[in-house]
Design a protein around this ligand. Structure first.
Ligand code: MF3
Ligand code: CO
Length: 250
C-alpha cells in the first residue's frame, strides 16, 4: 500500500529534507584528496545532530555509519572507514535523516579534484536521469513512467542502469512502498496520486549493469569494476508538479 501524506506531513518531511540537503552540501565542500571517508562520516553526523535530526542509516539493519560513501567502482552502501580519497576519484555520498518521526533521503556523486571526462559525463548523465525521473512525478502518471524515463536517459548516453537496487516510497519509514526500479516499460504500476512521496535513486554504470556485494556484506561494487554514479532525491507528488524535498534552499 502506498501511503499518501497530507500537507503537514510533507512540511515535516521538507524539514528533514533540508537537513539532508545541507549535509550533502557540506559533503560537496569537504571532499578533497587525503580525506578519510570516516572523517566525512563524522563531520556529517555532527551536522545532522546539530540540526536536531537523527542519522537514519546508523543502525539500520545493523549499518554501522551515518552516511554511505561509495568510491569509483563502488555503487552504493560503501561503509566509511580509514580509506583516503585521491585526486581523480568520484565519491557517491548517500544521506538519510529522521526528524520528528519523518524521513528524507538523498545522494549525490562528487569529483575529487580533476577527474576524467568519462567520469564527468557519467556523473552528469546520472544526475540528468534523476531529473528525467523527477519530471514524471505528476498526478495521473503511472509509477513506471518514472522508471522508463530514467532508463531512457541513461541508456541513450550508453550507460547501464543497476537493477538490483531500486528507489522507494519514504515517509514515516525510510523505505515504504512502492519499490521504484530505474528501468522498465512506461505506463505500468500504480497511478501517482497527490501526497505520495518517492525517493528516486538511479545508479548508472560505465560498463555492465551487474553488481556484487563485498565480504563486508554492505559495499556494492560493479561486477566488471567499471565506474558507477548515484544521485537521489525525495520527491512529493503535488497538484503543481514534483516537489523536491531534499534540494538546497528548500
Ligand atoms: N539511500 C539508501 C537506500 O535507500 C540508503 C542506504 S541503506 C543503509 O537504500 F543501510 F545504509 F542505511
Ligand atoms: Co534511498
Amino acid at each position: 500500500m502506498i501511503i499518501c501524506k497530507g500537507e503537514k506531513e510533507i512540511a515535516q518531511m521538507r524539514q528533514a529534507g533540508r537537513i539532508v540537503a545541507g549535509a550533502l552540501e557540506l559533503a560537496r565542500k569537504s571532499v578533497r584528496p587525503k580525506l578519510k571517508t570516516i572523517e566525512l562520516d563524522i563531520m556529517i553526523e555532527n551536522y545532522i545532530l546539530t540540526k536536531g535530526g537523527k542519522p537514519a542509516f546508523k543502525g539500520y539493519h545493523g549499518y554501522p555509519a551515518s552516511i554511505c560513501a561509495s568510491i569509483n567502482q563502488e555503487v552504493v552502501h560503501g561503509i566509511p572507514g580509514s580509506k583516503r580519497l585521491s585526486e581523480g576519484d568520484i565519491i557517491s555520498v548517500d544521506i538519510g535523516v529522521e526528524l520528528n518521526g519523518y524521513f528524507a533521503d538523498a545522494a549525490a556523486t562528487f569529483a575529487i579534484g580533476k577527474i576524467t571526462d568519462k567520469a564527468k559525463r557519467l556523473m552528469k548523465t546520472t544526475e540528468l536521469s534523476l531529473e528525467a525521473g523527477i519530471e514524471q512525478v505528476r498526478i495521473g502518471n503511472k509509477l513506471s513512467d518514472i522508471s522508463h524515463a530514467i532508463q531512457k536517459k541513461a541508456e541513450a548516453a550508453g550507460y547501464s542502469v543497476v537493477r538490483d537496487y531500486v528507489g522507494h516510497g519514504i515517509g514515516r519509514e525510510m523505505h515504504e512502498d512502492p519499490q521504484i526500479p530505474n528501468y522498465g516499460p512506461p505506463g505500468q504500476g500504480p497511478e501517482l496520486r497527490e501526497g505520495m512521496v518517492l525517493a528516486l535513486e538511479p545508479m548508472l554504470n560505465l560498463g555492465g549493469s551487474g553488481v556484487k556485494v563485498l565480504s563486508d556484506s554492505w559495499s556494492v561494487v560493479t561486477a566488471d569494476n567499471s565506474l558507477s554514479a548515484h544521485f537521489e532525491h525525495s520527491v512529493a507528488v503535488t497538484a503543481v508538479g514534483p516537489d523536491i524535498l531534499t534540494k538546497l534552499a528548500n
